[in-house]
Design a protein around this ligand. Structure first.
Ligand code: SAH
Length: 354
């Protein structure tokens, strides 16, 4: 059956006309899906019964099964979703003050091969479709009470978003459409796309002229170390990534974020901090330092508190705007493809409170 979320608003409008229905039914249908959180066609009470019947015959509203739903004590919830082809992905809802942030995936697995990351350990199976990206947003939105809305999106789940930009962009366009026009009503400035650093795709994103926020995963201050930690870097190089990031900043004007996963004894040395200061100095940027979240089976470690402090203090003294990303939901394997790996048994619905 066709996944309705894979039909663009224009496709849906054409379908409505084909069915001989009045045009305003499109707007009603879109509102039910994205704004009014309908979980079934049946629930779309102001659509004619016959229309609901045809929709249900031809389309699936949601196509995933929830394989696991985990709650962390800190308000973070994580879903492991399975698609009809049995592939699984993760997405997360993070509650922080008034913010309701979701972290979504763009691919099943990842082809970038970052050596410390759980998502890419088995490579990439496929891109997610636009509908599958939207479905994560809707599934997570449905965890909120009616009076709460999603406020922020971080595209930091499984996969490399800029390797699937063609499917991500239409999904974000619906996310940023106002509620009354049948979207999720999330401001473009509240959306962050995190990338390993693919210069041509960064340029494509810049050319789209949207207010999305770009985060570039650096993880090393020089090519020798980055080639080891982020193998795709061998074909790209830091210089061209920094140049693309600068062009993005020129065109979009939003402060760039650079991410740096701190791996004990590997990229957390004094000389790395000094080199990072030289690399970032003079840029309007925030450096987000992320203490490594250990992945079972991998040899990497979270640095000691003293080593983290030393690293941060060199950056601060060097005039770099630096922030440590606090860990949310680490008890529920909320980071980076870890839940999927810990659930490689046959599907079972679990409801855990930890
Ligand atoms: N492909 C995108 C999105 C990846 S996930 C990118 O590379 O940016 C978002 C961030 O989490 C990336 O910076 C990624 O390197 C980092 N990350 C991956 N595994 C991690 C782990 N185990 N602990 C901490 N951060 C991790």
């Amino acid at each position: 059956m066709l996944h309705l979320l894979d039909r663009s608003p224009t496709d849906i409008a054409a379908w409505v006309v084909e069915q001989g229905l009045p045009k305003y039914r499109t707007a009603q249908l879109l509102r039910w899906i994205y704004d009014k959180r309908a979980a079934s066609f049946e629930a779309m009470s102001d659509l004619p019964k016959a229309m609901r019947g045809v929709l249900a015959e031809q389309f699936q509203l949601w196509s995933s099964t929830i394989v696991a739903h985990k709650h962390a004590g800190d308000g973070t919830e994580k879903l492991l979703l399975e698609w009809p082809d049995k592939h699984r992905i993760e997405c997360v809802l993070i509650r922080e003050g008034d913010r309701r942030t979701i972290c979504i995936s763009t691919q099943v697995g990842c082809a970038m091969g970052c050596v410390f990351c759980a998502s890419g350990l088995d490579g990439v199976a496929r891109n997610l479709t636009t509908g599958e990206i939207l479905e994560q947003m809707l599934r997570l939105q449905s965890l909120l009470p009616a009076e709460e809305r999603l406020s922020n999106i971080v595209v930091m789940g499984m996969g490399e978003p800029l390797a699937n930009l063609a499917r991500l962009m239409p999904a974000l366009s619906i996310a940023t459409t106002p509620n009354e026009q049948g979207g999720l009503g999330i401001g473009a400035r509240k959306i962050t796309i995190s990338t390993v650093g693919l210069p041509p795709a960064i340029d494509t994103l810049a050319e789209a002229g949207l207010q999305y926020h770009l985060a570039v995963s650096l993880h090393a201050p020089n090519d020798t170390l980055r080639n080891q930690l982020v193998p795709v870097n061998k074909n790209i190089g830091l210089e061209s990534i920094m140049a693309a990031a600068d062009r993005f900043f020129q065109s979009n004007g939003r402060r760039l974020t650079f991410e740096y996963v701190l791996l004990g004894q590997i990229n957390d040395r004094v000389e790395h901090a000094h080199e990072l200061v030289r690399l970032l100095r003079g840029r309007t940027a925030l450096l987000n330092v992320i203490p490594y979240n250990p992945v079972s089976g991998l040899p990497y470690r979270t640095p000691s508190a003293a080593d983290q402090e030393r690293f941060l203090s060199i950056l601060e003294h060097g005039g770099i705007n630096v922030q440590v990303r606090t860990r949310k939901g680490d008890k529920i394997d909320a980071a980076c493809g870890q839940l999927r790996r810990s659930q490689l048994q046959p599907p079972a619905v679990v409801e855990l409170q930890s």
